[in-house]
Design a protein around this ligand. Structure first.
Ligand code: NAP
Length: 691
């Protein structure tokens, strides 16, 4: 049976017999994969013209809801994927990371819609004033690229590898062409089938090729983005593709990484951190049979702890049941295939030139319900190397399987040096109960890592672990790890959107971005802005209030009411060596009195509640006798979705009211207007007229 490619809006067979794909546990042939005969130029053009074209017409909210629907759909189908995933050698726990971890990325990115505008573009950073007179300003925005995200993935996480990437490009408004590693592409294909069957994505938003990439990269152009996950050698070759270089195609590389874990020299065998350390290593060596880009390859401990640690890890590894992942007692499955096992063995030979085995065997293993000859099983292998500064191999050779090397350091400076000898990693972990050691490690090695986990007894139980990239955190690392970066919540969008610095008059910036730019002219009408429904409010709707004079009694009464008797608010204070001339009004009094000026009093109106204050600044002191007034401007609007109650769930009061969030720009001014006395953005929830 041949795997199909989903391209040009349909499932297509590649020509020829194709590459055989094997069940990693039994060695049986499952199917054949071929991309022969596919026209990659047309495929990329289809993705741009159909998929990206449709996605860029959708707002972030619509794209986010689309991702959520997709995540829910896949979650309902997940058992089908588990059945296929066993064939990759993965246990149920391994598959959970791949399948549900991948779907979790869709959910997480879907939730980001709440932080993004109801628009096709996003704001990036603050409005920047560029002139004294306030007539020239700037704002960065992000607009979706017009290309396709081409994802060339590694074999170890056939589902997560695809979903963590497409979640981001789809949210950004860019279509994807996914090329999973051929050896496990049958699992990716089963998920893509469900995605296509669901009809949730617009046509062309996701295409899949199972098999070789052929001349695909010869047709990418500057609006496309290529992401590559795999070995450094392949990565370098692809990154140097003349077309990629000529067209300046963004290329995100995630490659081999010799991640490390370090045991602080404060940790002794009777401390909880000792066991936490050993447990973390065992987990990283055995989950996915060590085929994780983030897995721990290098273990650094003090000379005193060296023997105790490696005997402890060895004992812990000896308790791991290995074999057919369909057997429930099995805790570690197989590698993805025989070829991968041969590759790992080759790498072990290199490591053994300077290290020796303290646990495991390269060629034998006792298995449950499985055969070493036909399946791709391998024993966990713990090596030790007593001269880490004199041995290049443990810091350079990645055996992409259940293989790790323990090495000693003399003092903590050495531990930092050793960690850096990996020449850049995706992640590392420091296990310590001493904040100073953690700080030394982070500041000493942070520039060599994409992520650092600081593990101790307080967080170990709830920690997500050394090896788990999370959708809200960046994933990637410098140097050997590829120099790439992906995910990271909203940061991920930047990879698929063009950042444009807009310069112009405040009115123009407001008109273009639909967010009020300070110094734009406001629209003052007879109707108080609080009397307008969400749909009726325009950006720039403005209210300029009456003046209020601040008295010493106001300040005294506010101090008594709140209990804030800070010396600057007390009339009798000696102000000779302070920042103030005399008794000064509380900033919070001014903000509260501001509300007293701008709020539409007594009558019920569409404003449902005050939601919070952002970016509140007090910039000029106000003394008794001074007066101030407020300029209150509608700055930004964001529609809210009506929450649907899950079965048996009771939603908070008002959840069924159609509404949106309105941000208001509040300027506290006196006669001189500039500089402002204070500034803030307040958030209100405003009722909609209709759904
Ligand atoms: P690989 O051999 O480099 O392959 C990676 C991907 O590149 C596969 O999809 C492969 O397709 C494709 N590829 C190979 N030659 C190509 C070409 N000429 N043109 C276009 N695509 C080509 O790596 P792997 O063996 O699958 O994965 C293991 C490696 O990945 C390990 O070194 C591991 O550290 C690394 N990895 C890194 C991360 C990370 O996030 N940093 C994550 C996972 C894995 P075919 O399968 O069709 O050859």
């Amino acid at each position: 049976m041949k795997l199909q490619n989903y391209v040009l809006g349909r499932w297509i067979d590649g020509e020829g017999e194709g590459q055989p794909l094997y069940n990693a546990v039994t060695g049986d042939v499952i199917s054949f994969a071929s991309t022969e005969g596919l026209d990659f130029e047309k495929i990329l053009q289809f993705g741009r013209a159909r998929g990206t074209h449709s996605l860029t017409k959708m707002t972030f909210s619509e794209r986010g809801r689309m991702l959520r629907a997709l995540a829910m759909h896949l979650m309902n189908q997940k058992e089908k994927f588990y059945q296929v995933s066993y064939m990759t050698g993965a246990t149920r726990a391994d598959s959970w990371i791949d399948i549900e971890g991948g779907i979790g990325n869709l959910f997480s990115n879907a939730s980001l819609r709440r932080k993004l505008p109801d628009q096709i573009y996003a704001m990036d950073g603050e409005n920047i004033g560029l002139s004294k007179g306030g007539t020239f300003a700037a704002q960065h925005i992000l607009v979706p690229k017009e290309g396709v995200a081409v994802h060339i993935n590694a074999y170890n996480f056939p589902v997560w590898g695809m979903l963590e990437k497409i979640a981001v490009n789809l949210l950004a408004g860019v279509a994807a062409l996914v090329k999973p590693a051929t050896v496990t592409s049958y699992l990716t294909e089963s998920v893509v089938r469900e995605i296509i069957n669901s009809g949730i994505l617009p046509e062309g938003a996701l295409q899949l090729v199972c098999g070789g990439a052929r001349d695909m990269l010869n047709y990418v152009h500057s609006q496309d983005v290529v992401t590559f996950t795999g070995s450094a050698t392949t990565g370098l070759m692809l990154k140097s593709n003349p077309n990629i270089l000529r067209e300046n195609v963004p290329f995100n590389l995630e490659a081999d990484s010799l991640n490390c874990i370090v045991l602080g020299d404060d940790v002794k065998p009777d401390m909880p951190e000792w066991d936490i350390f050993i447990k973390e290593i065992r987990k990283e060596m055995t989950v996915k049979a060590g085929q994780k880009c983030t897995a721990i390859r290098r273990i650094f401990v003090s000379e005193e702890a060296f023997e105790g640690v490696y005997t402890g890890i060895a004992k812990s590894l000896s308790q791991t049941a290995i074999g057919n992942p369909l057997n429930e007692s099995v805790r570690m499955g197989s590698l993805a295939g025989q070829t991968q096992r041969e590759e790992v063995k080759k790498q072990i030979q290199k490591l053994l030139t300077t290290s020796e085995i303290v646990y495991g065997s390269e060629n034998t293993i006792s298995l449950i319900d499985a055969d070493y000859e036909t399946g791709a099983f391998m024993s966990p292998l713990l090596l030790k190397n007593e001269k880490p500064f004199e041995s290049a191999e443990p810091h350079n050779v990645e055996a992409f399987g259940p293989v790790s090397t323990v090495m000693p350091y003399k003092n903590f400076d050495e531990a930092i040096e050793l960690a850096k000898m990996g020449k850049g990693s995706l992640c590392s972990t420091i296990v310590t109960s001493d904040g100073r050691i953690a700080r030394d490690f982070v500041l000493g090695t942070g520039n060599y890592h994409g992520r650092i986990l600081i593990l101790n007894r307080e967080c170990a139980k709830e920690s997500t672990g050394h090896g788990s990239p999370l959708p809200m955190l960046v994933h990637g690392g410098p140097g050997r790890a590829g120099g790439g970066e992906e995910m990271g919540g909203l940061r991920g969008l930047h990879h698929y959107m063009q950042r444009v610095a807009l310069q112009g008059s405040p009115e123009m910036l407001t008109a273009v971005t639909n967010v009020y730019s300070p110094h734009s002219k406001g629209h003052i009408t007879d109707v108080h802005p609080f009397r307008k429904y969400f749909e009726e409010l325009r950006i720039g709707d403005q209210l300029v209030t009456e003046k209020r004079v601040v008295t010493s009694e106001d300040i005294d009464r506010f101090a008594d009411l709140t209990g804030d008797h800070f010396y600057a608010h007390i009339a009798t204070t000696d102000f000779s060596d302070t920042m103030f001339e005399r008794q000064v009004a509380h900033g919070y009094f001014l903000m509260s009195a501001a509300a007293g000026l701008f709020v539409d009093n007594y009558e019920k109106n569409p404003v449902l509640l005050n939601y919070g204050i952002e970016e509140l600044r007090f910039t000029k002191p106000v003394y008794p006798g001074d007066s101030f007034y407020i300029r209150f401007t509608c700055k930004e609007k964001k529609s809210q979705e009506i929450k649907e109650a899950k079965q048996g769930e009771e939603l908070p009061r008002g959840s069924d009211i159609p509404k949106g969030i309105v941000k208001w720009y509040v300027e506290i001014l006196d006669e001189s207007e500039e500089p402002l006395i204070g500034v803030a953005t307040i958030l209100t929830m405003v009722r909609k007229k209709s759904l």
